[in-house]
Ligand binder design. Structure first.
Ligand SMILES: Cc1cc2nc3c(=O)[nH]c(=O)nc-3n(C[C@H](O)[C@H](O)[C@H](O)COP(=O)(O)OP(=O)(O)OC[C@H]3O[C@@H](n4cnc5c(N)ncnc54)[C@H](O)[C@@H]3O)c2cc1C
Length: 533
């Protein structure tokens, strides 16, 4: 642990009785909390975000990684949610190229299935109209088979082409936090809020567990925003017994790109239940997702894929690509996330629940949950509006962009590979220049089929509050998910980076490695793997 890092300095101040008073305390370090911090800081508030585990450890590193309007919501008649999501999608594409990038989707039209070609064409016309673009068309089976070699077209009537966007969700959270902190916001990972403080029947702050010292720190603020996603009821139930969040799990499989080298997203209806499943490229791999079922397990234990979900995804993939049957043996890794869906009384089928967000105010606690990655900015604005009467008037600000535009362009940053330069700018803003300047040529080299490099690991270890090896390999980078065997091929250079940048000795490295391998095995591979050996 680096005692001079901004994180340790702030914690030491708090332990010493300083930095205890804030305008806004945000609980939860996923995209909702990060977005709220960004908007609070922009308005001149002294704002602090507290995350019980690592930043984006919850759902925000385990989504399907799509920045989308949600065709499904439109088909279900939810025009408002679709329109807002599409507007935010376009904004993110403009503001953060390299982090949020447009990608083509091909929606396979099953013979006899709804929606057919005509209905899809109507839906996509509205979809594009709401986004103010025109980018959809029909594609016949021959063109589809050329684009996705091996796809079974026997039961298809072609596909509809349209576009949405893809992101590294965890890096999105990090980038929003980075922007907020550059403007004076504060964010601490591994700081769990154990209790709400109440004064005169109103929430007046929070008690934070101080794991290192074994006691708790009390922090005050007139506004506490509960942005704990699927955990939102836990904190809120300290004031109001109502249960509103219906946790729904969704899981994914990652397979080598070489097994199914798709460059765009193929979506089709699963033969079993006619839910949409996706096969798509992500970070040098191919991903298959997702499922949608009630998650009744303890939320404090990371979600993991069940054998039934694995079989469901394998079956869905094999129906699309029957010539090269996929089995568990080819899977590199898996992930599962829990959607914080606002439950309704009447929806028995999880997939029928609406995906909008909701805000509640209880004795000064503003709870915001539900929603999507894509709409995080709008969710943050709603949370701040709900808190407005407890805050001083906001400072004036000119622009409402989430991300500051980099001052260097991609071709200047990496002349021989501007696309990679753009990727770094999207993820790190102007810091991309320092990352490359401080790295050896060896550490700049992309690893395996991914575009991650060791220079990013070194930067993250130095500047991004990395506390554990899993922070580095599962969230700051996704190398642990995208390389075989949890990334064992890079353990040696990563060990050197952790020792140099984080001051770990051999014993700490070994204990971090065991912790990481245990997490990877249980939550990012097959939890039942050991039993099946
Ligand atoms: C399978 C799946 C696929 C999805 N796909 C997409 C998609 O493609 N596109 C899209 O836009 N959206 C998608 N979503 C939805 C999106 O991922 C979520 O809506 C979003 O990530 C929720 O963010 P959040 O910040 O509200 O919650 P989280 O990311 O879960 O953050 C809440 C945080 O609060 C922390 N916390 C809890 N209790 C405490 C406490 N007491 N003290 C401190 N911290 C605490 C948790 O550790 C957690 O990190 C998907 C979701 C799932 C599950």
């Amino acid at each position: 642990m680096n005692k001079c890092s901004p994180r340790e300095i702030l914690l030491a101040e708090m332990r010493g009785g300083k930095s205890l008073h804030w305008d806004i305390i945000i609980v939860g370090g996923g995209i909702t909390g990060a977005g709220a911090l960004r908007e609070a800081v922009r308005r001149g508030y002294r704002a602090l975000l507290l995350e019980q585990q690592d930043f984006s450890w919850g759902t925000s590193s385990r989504s399907s990684k799509m920045v989308h309007g949600g065709l499904r919501y439109l088909a279900a008649g939810d025009i408002k949610l679709t329109k807002h999501s599409l507007q935010e999608r376009e904004r993110l594409l403009r503001e953060a190229p390299g982090l949020v990038d447009r990608i083509a989707f091909y929606f396979a039209l099953g013979k006899g299935n709804f929606p057919g070609r005509f209905a899809m064409s109507v839906i996509l016309t509205i979809y594009d109209f709401l986004a103010r673009i025109r980018d959809h068309r029909y594609c016949n089976n021959r063109a589809l088979a050329k684009h996705f070699p091996g796809v079974e077209t026997k039961n298809l009537k072609g596909a509809c082409y349209y576009t949405d966007a893809m992101v590294d969700d965890s890096r999105l959270v990090l980038r929003v936090l980075q922007e907020s902190m550059a403007q004076g916001g504060q964010a601490l990972n591994y700081c769990k809020v154990s209790k709400l403080l109440i004064t005169d029947d109103q929430v007046s702050g929070v008690a934070v567990e101080d794991a290192e010292q074994g006691n708790s720190i009390e922090l005050n603020a007139p506004v506490v925003i509960n942005a704990t996603g699927a955990w939102a009821d836990n904190l809120r139930n300290q004031l109001n017994p109502e249960k509103r969040v219906r946790p729904l799990r969704g899981s994914h499989l990652i397979i080598p790109k070489s097994f199914c080298p798709v460059t765009d997203v193929l979506t089709s209806l699963h033969p079993q239940d006619k839910r949409g499943i996706y096969v798509y490229p992500w970070e040098g791999t191919t991903v298959i997702g997702t499922t949608d079922l009630d998650h009744d397990e303890d939320l404090d234990i990371e979600a993991s894929i069940s054998s039934e979900e694995t079989q469901y995804l394998l079956d869905g993939f094999n129906a699309l690509f029957p010539q090269t049957p996929l089995s568990r043996a080819q899977v590199i890794s898996t992930w599962a996330g829990v959607r914080p869906v606002i439950g309704s009384e009447d929806a028995k089928d999880p997939s029928k629940e609406r995906r909008d967000h909701a805000t509640w105010s209880d004795n000064g606690l503003i709870t915001v949950s539900g929603g999507k990655l894509t709409t995080f900015r709008l969710i943050a604005l709603d949370a701040l509006e709900a808190a407005a009467d407890k805050l001083p008037a906001p400072a004036a600000f000119d622009a409402d962009n989430v991300f500051s535009a980099p001052t260097i362009d991609a071709a200047t940053l990496v002349p021989d590979n501007p696309a990679w330069g753009q990727r770094l700018l999207g993820r790190y803003g102007d810091s991309a220049e320092t990352i490359l300047a401080e790295a050896s040529s060896e550490e700049r080299r992309p690893i395996g089929d991914t575009q991650f490099c060791l220079a990013e690991c070194r930067w993250a270890a130095r500047h991004e509050q990395v506390q554990h090896l899993d922070d580095l390999l599962l969230r700051r980078t996704r190398l642990g998910m995208c390389l075989a065997d949890g990334g064992s091929e890079i353990f040696a250079p990563v060990r050197e980076i952790c020792m140099t940048e984080l001051g770990w000795d051999q014993q700490q490295w070994q204990s971090e490695l065991s912790r990481y391998q245990d997490i990877w095995q249980r939550f990012y591979y097959f939890p039942d793997h050991k039993n099946n050996l």
